[in-house]
Structure formats: structure tokens, C-alpha cells
Design a protein around this ligand. Structure first.
Ligand code: GAL
Length: 960
């Protein structure tokens, strides 16, 4: 005799998409038909298995008074302080045994209940029906209304509607939803993100009057030759289409051609219209534009476009993927204000309102289907659902739900089949279906390297070198692929400090026509707000299997504060570039946009002497066409009188826009007119023993035995300045374990660069100098750095020249090369002349602007969710901190923090960093580049900090 549990097989493990739902259709926010939101306070019961409780809770009269409360939209694991289970983070590993379509017996199940009344003005049953819409439930749901089961569905980030009119009562309606964390659908949803069950998008009841609109498809193309747009709205229910601004009032299904202003991401012109069926008026927002693949390029309205994009997951640090409209708008505003023009909705269709915002504010969208089966890579893609006909109906259902929902958005220019799902017949079926349903857009899927099913060649994390080869058309591939443009659907892995090398990618995108830009990975760190840690990441909830802070790899922090990576990207992709050899008094202005001229921007110039602005004014720049350049003459430069002089030209919005006010800066450039004179100290003083075991040289007091400084001017100095080569490895230094390239972070640690020993070889006094000879080297290795410190003074100031000579076989670059020392913890304020205001490293300092800056030590820190090297200011000429002024020869990297590098290195979360009583200062001659090796290539060779002989100097004096 054998027993089979009631849930084995059954709905949860059924690979089919579900039952009972209506055919997918276009989504629109509100029409004149009544609707009722069912968001809000629901009752919740969480059970450990799918069958722990029967479904009697769905029956009217069930007493759920003892149940917990949960907010819908929401994820139950993010509510109830852990009482309902915890989030799980894995990148690509399934957190359950891979045995499709079976799921574990431990299958957290959330029974949701909501009792509602119809509003008093809700039309009578004789006046039409009603539809119950779920915009997103993870991972599957069975639904009952007033005790009748109306269906079940999978496809977490896709809408599902049910006809419920006949079941509704004026009051006391009982809506019951049983949600399981795991289902057959989970095998199709292995995206790199938290697993977060729940009803996480809106639940709405829609009245459907007799004669209401069904599905409709707005076709609005633009002919760039004639300047005319052609509109046709195909509607399941016949009616009229009105667009007052265009004098259009035609029957559905009719083509009408009129002169229009086209829609582009730069000029998102929308026309308000209406679809009027006998029973409903549906608002339309129409953008005329034509997307095509022509001459091997993605063209919109006849012109090739360049994606300056980002991958966006939906994320809120407290609410997970349950986003409200304001949060979505904040994303769009931040993107627009940082010069982005494109979003890939990695890796699922977003909340539909997000696409309305993209239409309105202007962003190109690659809309991606809710599909990833990455975990099958662990078994060589065996049994991959996308290559198994039994799953194809589910794949087609997902494709249709995306396309039908989102097809009326002008911002959506490309459909994406999904992400990291290998290859297979199911994907081909999806591509065929999409191509047949919507010939007005292109199809993308990165996994299709031969481009059998796709219209663009897409790659992720390709190195600069390979991207250049593709740009030149020397990458081979199938014949079809060779005729297609390249888009990097992911590049520039923004995990922790970085990404590095964005400017170098952009240079390639702009050099080769075949390269149509890319999408930085990714928009936001998915940290979960948590008192213990600041922000929690994988492993912080005790998950057996997890991928740590790989979930924090965004251009904005979890609270949406821009990280330095976003500021760098903003500069790299500016819509207008301002370059020039300042010395000849002209700047070259280039319009880098694809459609708009420069008339939206005003330009100003200013001159700086030693970083201080001494003159400024407006700059007349012609309204250059896209792609055009002009040389514009600057007013003559003021006399630098032996100082460093330079100009800054800025471009800002001439008038208020939807996304930023007039004056918002979009681009800037700087040039040097006269270079900085090197700080010179003419040695005069001689080291003099003071009798108490110290030596005095100018403003410096040294330990006579070790030659180590104790004070400079009035400032006590601790533990240096002495050579320092260690930095707390960044996520990009550490690299991803699967990277085949050399990863320097682990090598540095293996060599012992984090525990260098300083051997004192000699302390020599000469007439005008104190020389300290040392050798700095790690235990157990024969390599080292012979380091000589030579101190001189002119009586007022103290100069230190450091000479470093590598000894032995240095096959790795150094993390950093410079000196470190401590100052009294009271040293809170910093002023400097150099790059700022934010951090910069060799391959992330495009946005570092030369000027005079001020900050506090606390504000110099960049709060990466997992602490790591951060906060260096680049190209610093001088800095003042704690009563000391330091000038560099040459310029240096300046870092100051209230903890040591070792403490920074040991910290796992922000809350591990506790200020001590010393401010630790690093003055670096060199920093190793950042790169993108946490999921991509390391720093390009020119940004590696090679171990080679180096000499650098600093001049210390009391700060004014
Ligand atoms: C890609 C993947 C993304 C993310 C990224 C690394 O392979 O498509 O979802 O995992 O790597 O952060």
C-alpha cells in the first residue's frame, strides 16, 4: 500500500500556468469605470507546509479573529519581526533540491483573508460584471471569493485577472488567497535576489460595465521623413479613439496619419487621448515613435540610439519588492537627474505604473519577462524547463502576460525573454510568439549567443578588449549575429566601491557604431534595513545557503542615496561634453544626444585661481544638432601670478523640466591654463637633539632613536607617517570566486600585504636632513619594499620625501602606496584643494572635480553596505586637517577615517565601524584601480599600481 500526500503533484507542483484567469490584456491605471482597491490590512496565517491547514478558511463565516495582520501589498517575511519567517538570498542556487517540478514539504504558506463591502455607489449586478486583479503574488496563489474557488496562478510578477461579478455581494465579501512560497513556478524565477513570498503588488476590484473596453493595442508610429505619425488603436471592443490635440476622432481599427511631435526618451512627447467603447472611457497616453532594426542598428525614428542604461530591480529596504508610486517616481527622477536614458527591467516586468513614469519622463525600456532558470547551470543545464515542452505553455503564458500588459507603452522598445535561462525550444517559442504578436519592437535575450531568436547581440560583463573587438566586427559568430548591434545588457558591476572603467567603456560605445551602449548592473543595493547591521544582506537571517553581499551591487544605496558610482556614471554619460586645451582659450562643446539639440541647456564659464573662482559669466553656445561639435571661445584668463589657474564650463537646464528645475547641472568640463608650481622647501634647519630623547627639525619633533615623528607644529602625530600599502579590499578587489582571471584581493592577503612588518635599518642625521632607512615586508616572504624617509625643513615647514624600492619578485600590483599616520580624534574638519567633492580612484575619478572643498571626517566616508576601502579624494594639491597642512609633490590621494584600515577590513556591516580616539590619515602616491571584477573584468592595465621604484614628497606645516 502506498500513500501520496494531497499536495504532491496538485496545483503547487503543476507546471501549467494555472486555471481560471482571464486572457491577459492591456493594463491601464484608471478609467471611468469604478474600481476598489483591496490593498491594506489583511489577516494572515502562516503555516510551515502547504497542507498543514485545509482550505476551510476560505468559507464565509470563518473566524480569523486570532490571525495576525499583514499589509498588502507586502511580503510576509518582511513583516511581523521574524514571526512569519525570514528572507533568503541566493544568487543562482535554488534554495531547495533541484527536482523539477517538485518542491520541498517545508513550503511556507500564507493564508490571506480580507472581508470587504462594495462602496454604496458600486453599480448593480445588472450593470455589468467585475474583475478581480492581482498585479503580483510570489510564488503562486489560489483564490476564493465568498467560498467559491475562482482559480489559481503562477508567474509572480505578472498580472492575473478573474471574472467575479456573479460572486459579489453588497457587503461582507470574503476574499481568501492561499500563497505558497515554493511552487513549480519557483523553478522559473531563480533571479539573483531575495526570495520574498507574499501578495506584493496591488489587489484591485474593477467594475466592468456592459460594453467596457477589453484588450486594446495602440499602434503609434512616426515617419521621420514626413514628420507624420500614424495612429491605430486595435480594440477587442469596437469604439472610437479621440486625441483632441491632434483633432483625431476615429473608429477603433482605423489608421489616421497626422503631423506629430515624436516621442523619444529625450523628448517624451505624449498626447492625451481616449478610447471610448460603449461602456467605458479609457485614458490613453500616446507616444509616436518607430523602432526598427536597420543597417544593423537599433533605430528609433530613423536614428540609431545609444543606451545609457541601468538594470533596475524593484527594491525598498523595508518593503522589499512592494513599491509605492512615490518610490518608483524617485527612481525615475534619480535616473533622469543622473543622465540615464534607459532601463532594463531586470529580471521581470516591473509594477505597471513604473512604465507610465518611463513614458512620461522619458526612458528607453527593455521590458524583461519573469523568467530565470539559472540554478540548472549547476547540472550542466540538464532538465532545464526552457528546453522541456511540458513547460512551454507556462513560458508562453509569461510572455503573453508581459506583452499584453505593457504593449501600449512608447517607452518599451525591446522585449526581453528573460535572464540566464540557458537555451531551449521554450525560449524560441516565446520569441516566435512575441515577434508575431508585436512586430513593432525588437526581441532580446542574452543567453542566445548565436542570436537565433533575437534582434540584438547581447552580452554581459564583456571586457573592454572584447567589446572593442565586437565594435570592429572581428568577433566572428553566426552570420545573423554579425549583422546585429551589440548591447551590453549588463556591465560595470556596481558592487561596493566601483564600478571602475565606465569611462573606458563609454569611449568604446562612442567610437564604434555597432556598440549601442549598455546597462550598468545594477540600480540599487537590496539591503534590508535591520537594527543589528544597518542593512542586512545574504546570510544575516541564518540562511543555510546564501551569497552574502552580492545582493548589494547598486548605484544607489538601499535608502536610494546616490553612491559615488552613480555620480561617476552621470559624468561619463553626460548629454554634452565640454573639453579643451584650456591654454588656447577655446572649449570644444559636443552634443552627445541622439535627438535633441542643445537648446534645453545654458552654459556658464568660470575661472579658478588655486581652486577659488575669481571670475564667471554666461557662455553663448549654438544650439548644436545631435552629434555636432563647436569650438567656443572663452573670455581671456585672469593672471595666475604663479598660481594654478584653470576654467570650468558647466551646462545646466535652461528651464524647469518634469524631472529637475532650471539650473540643474547636466554636464561640466575643466581645463588647466597654468600648472601648479611644485611646493619647494629649501633645507635650512639641522636635526637637533632636545635632550629628552627627541630630535627637533623645524616644526617637527622626532623620536631620536627611531626617527619617527611625534609632533609637527602643535599637532601630535601617531604611528607615522610611515609606509602603508594595504587597503581594506573592495568587493571588486576580492572578485567573484568563479572568475578565471587573477583576483588581486585574495593574492594580496595571501602575500601578507595586510600585515607588513617595518624593520628599522638606520637613523641618520646630516646637516640638513634626517634620514630613516627601513625595509617593509610581510612575514614568510622574501619580497619587500626598501623605504627611505628623508626629512628636511626650512625652519617653518617640514618636508618628507619617501623613496620606495621594491625588492624581490613582485608579480602583483600594490593595493596602495603612501604613508599613514594618526591625529588626535578631535581633528574633525578637513579642507582641501583637489578632486572632490566625492571619492575617486584611478578608474572612477571622471566625476572628481578640481576645486576647494570642505568636509568633516565623518562625511568623507562612503557608507558601503559591506565596509571596504572608500573615501579617497583624488589629485589633492593640499589638505588641512587637525591643525596640519599637507602639500603634495606630486598631487596625492587623501583619506581620513576614525578607524584603522584593519578595522575597516574586519567589518562586515556598517554597525561594526566604531570611531576610536584617533583620526587615521592616508596620503597616497598611488592607488590601484577598482575595476569590476566582483562580476566582470578587473582594472585595465593602465590603472594597475605596479610595484616599482617611486619617490614622492609631502610638505607639512601648521594649518592657518
Ligand atoms: C548576472 C545576472 C544578474 C546578477 C549579476 C551579478 O549574471 O544576470 O542577475 O546576478 O550577474 O550581480
Amino acid at each position: 500500500m502506498s500513500f501520496r500526500t494531497p499536495t504532491a503533484g496538485g496545483f503547487v507542483e503543476d507546471v501549467s500556468p494555472g486555471s481560471g484567469a482571464l486572457a491577459p490584456r492591456a493594463w491601464y491605471p484608471a478609467s471611468d469605470a469604478k474600481s476598489l482597491t483591496l490593498n491594506g490590512d489583511w489577516r494572515l496565517r502562516v503555516s510551515p507546509t502547504a497542507d498543514a491547514e485545509d482550505d476551510s478558511f476560505a468559507a464565509p463565516g470563518f473566524d480569523a479573529g486570532g490571525w495576525a495582520r499583514v499589509t498588502v501589498p507586502g511580503h510576509w517575511v518582511l513583516q511581523g519581526d521574524g514571526a512569519f519567517g525570514s528572507p533568503i538570498y541566493t544568487n543562482h542556487l535554488y534554495p531547495f533540491p533541484v527536482d523539477p517540478p517538485r518542491v520541498p514539504t517545508e513550503n511556507p504558506t500564507g493564508d490571506h483573508l480580507r472581508v470587504f463591502d462594495l462602496p454604496s455607489d458600486w453599480p448593480a449586478a445588472s450593470e455589468g460584471g467585475a474583475v478581480l486583479r492581482f498585479d503580483g503574488v510570489e510564488s503562486c496563489a489560489r483564490v476564493w471569493l465568498n467560498g467559491t474557488e475562482i482559480g489559481g496562478f503562477k508567474g509572480s510578477r505578472l498580472p492575473h485577472e478573474f471574472a467575479v461579478g456573479r460572486l459579489l455581494k453588497p457587503s461582507g465579501n470574503v476574499l481568501a488567497v492561499r500563497v505558497h512560497q515554493w511552487s513549480a513556478g519557483s523553478y522559473l524565477e531563480d533571479q539573483d535576489q531575495w526570495w520574498l513570498p507574499g501578495i506584493f503588488r496591488d489587489v484591485t476590484l474593477l467594475h466592468r460595465p456592459a460594453g467596457c473596453a477589453g484588450d486594446f493595442f495602440t499602434h503609434a508610429s512616426y515617419d521621420h521623413v514626413t514628420g507624420q505619425g500614424t495612429l491605430r488603436v486595435d480594440s477587442e471592443v469596437a469604439g472610437r479613439v479621440a486625441v483632441p490635440a491632434l483633432d483625431i476622432d476615429v473608429a477603433t481599427g482605423t489608421d489616421v496619419t497626422v503631423p506629430v511631435r515624436p516621442w523619444t526618451a529625450e523628448t517624451p512627447h505624449l498626447y492625451d487621448g481616449e478610447l471610448i467603447t460603449p461602456g467605458e472611457r479609457v485614458p490613453l497616453r500616446i507616444g509616436f515613435r518607430t523602432v526598427e532594426l536597420a543597417d544593423g542598428l537599433i533605430k528609433v525614428n530613423g536614428r540609431p540610439i545609444l543606451f545609457k542604461g541601468v538594470n533596475r530591480h524593484e527594491w525598498h529596504p523595508e518593503r522589499g519588492r512592494a513599491l509605492d508610486l512615490e518610490t518608483m517616481r524617485e527612481d525615475v527622477l534619480l535616473m533622469k537627474r543622473h543622465n540615464l536614458n534607459a532601463v532594463r527591467t531586470s529580471h521581470y516586468p516591473p509594477h505597471p505604473a513604473f512604465l507610465d513614469l518611463c513614458d512620461e519622463y522619458g526612458l528607453w525600456v527593455i521590458d524583461e519577462c519573469d523568467l530565470e532558470t539559472h540554478g540548472f547551470v549547476e547540472q550542466g543545464w540538464r532538465d532545464n524547463p526552457v528546453d522541456d515542452d511540458r513547460w512551454t505553455p507556462a513560458l508562453l503564458d509569461r510572455a503573453a502576460r508581459m506583452v499584453e500588459r505593457d504593449k501600449n507603452h512608447p517607452s518599451v522598445v525591446v522585449w526581453s525573454l528573460g535572464n540566464e535561462a540557458g537555451t531551449g525550444r521554450g525560449l524560441t517559442a516565446m520569441a516566435d510568439w512575441i515577434h508575431a504578436r508585436d512586430a513593432t519592437r525588437l526581441v532580446h535575450y542574452e543567453g542566445d549567443l548565436d542570436c537565433r531568436d533575437t534582434d540584438v547581440y547581447s552580452r554581459m560583463y564583456a571586457s573592454h578588449e572584447e567589446v572593442a573587438r565586437i565594435g570592429e566586427g572581428l568577433d566572428g559568430g553566426t552570420h545573423r549575429r554579425r549583422r546585429l548591434p551589440l548591447v551590453l545588457c549588463e556591465y560595470g558591476h556596481a558592487m561596493g566601491n566601483g564600478p571602475g572603467g565606465l569611462a573606458d567603456y563609454q569611449e568604446l560605445f562612442e567610437r564604434f557604431g555597432r556598440l549601442q551602449g549598455g546597462f550598468v548592473w545594477e540600480w540599487i543595493d537590496h539591503g534590508i534595513r535591520d537594527e543589528r547591521f544597518g542593512y542586512a544582506y545574504g546570510g544575516d537571517f541564518g540562511e543555510a545557503l546564501h551569497d552574502g553581499n552580492f545582493v548589494c551591487d547598486g548605484l544607489v544605496f538601499p535608502d536610494r542615496a546616490p553612491s559615488p558610482g552613480l555620480l561617476e556614471y552621470k559624468k561619463v554619460i553626460e548629454p554634452v561634453t565640454i573639453e579643451g586645451d584650456g591654454a588656447d582659450g577655446t572649449v570644444r562643446i559636443t552634443n552627445k544626444q541622439d535627438f535633441a539639440d542643445l537648446s534645453a541647456f545654458t552654459f556658464t564659464w568660470s575661472y579658478q585661481v588655486d581652486g577659488e573662482t575669481v571670475a564667471s559669466g554666461g557662455l553663448g553656445v549654438p544650439a548644436l544638432a545631435p552629434g555636432a561639435s563647436a569650438d567656443v571661445k572663452l573670455p581671456s584668463a585672469p593672471d595666475g601670478r604663479g598660481a594654478e589657474t584653470g576654467w570650468t564650463v558647466r551646462a545646466s537646464l535652461a528651464a524647469d523640466t518634469l524631472w529637475a528645475g532650471a539650473g540643474h547641472e547636466v554636464a561640466w568640463g575643466q581645463g588647466t591654463v597654468t600648472a601648479r608650481p611644485a611646493p619647494a622647501v629649501t633645507p635650512a634647519g639641522t636635526p637637533a637633539p632636545a635632550g629628552d630623547g627627541t630630535l627637533v627639525l623645524g616644526p617637527g619633533v622626532f623620536d631620536a632613536r627611531t626617527g619617527a615623528p611625534r609632533a609637527i607644529g602643535g599637532a601630535e602625530v601617531r604611528g607615522g607617517p610611515r609606509l602603508d600599502v594595504w587597503r581594506a579590499p573592495t568587493d571588486n578587489d576580492d572578485g567573484a570566486p568563479w572568475q578565471s582571471d587573477i583576483r588581486y584581493g585574495p593574492l594580496w592577503r595571501k602575500l601578507g600585504l595586510h600585515r607588513m612588518l617595518h624593520r628599522l635599518d638606520a637613523v641618520e642625521h646630516e646637516e640638513h636632513a634626517l634620514t630613516v632607512r627601513t625595509r617593509v615586508a610581510p612575514a614568510a616572504r622574501e619580497l619587500g619594499l626598501a623605504t627611505v624617509y628623508r626629512w628636511t625643513s626650512d625652519g617653518e615647514r617640514l618636508a618628507l620625501t619617501v623613496t620606495v624600492t621594491p625588492e624581490g619578485d613582485w608579480t602583483v600590483p600594490l593595493p596602495r602606496l603612501g604613508v599613514r599616520f594618526g591625529l588626535d580624534g578631535a581633528a574633525g574638519r578637513v579642507r582641501w584643494f583637489g578632486g572632490g567633492p566625492g571619492e575617486g580612484y584611478p578608474d572612477t575619478k571622471t566625476a572628481s572635480r578640481m576645486g576647494r572643498w570642505e568636509s568633516t571626517v565623518d562625511d568623507l566616508q562612503t557608507p558601503y553596505v559591506r565596509p571596504q576601502e572608500n573615501g579617497a579624494r583624488a589629485d589633492v594639491r593640499w589638505a588641512e586637517i587637525g591643525g596640519l597642512r599637507v602639500e603634495g609633490d606630486p598631487e596625492f590621494w587623501f583619506t581620513a577615517r576614525r578607524w584603522t584600515t584593519e578595522q575597516l577590513d574586519a567589518a562586515d556591516h556598517r554597525t561594526d565601524l566604531v570611531p576610536g580616539d584617533t583620526v587615521w590619515v592616508n596620503l597616497d602616491h598611488g592607488q590601484h584601480g577598482i575595476g569590476s571584477q566582483s562580476c566582470g573584468p578587473g582594472p585595465l592595465p593602465t590603472y594597475r599600481l605596479r610595484a616599482e621604484r617611486a619617490t614622492f614628497s609631502f610638505v607639512f606645516s601648521p594649518a592657518n
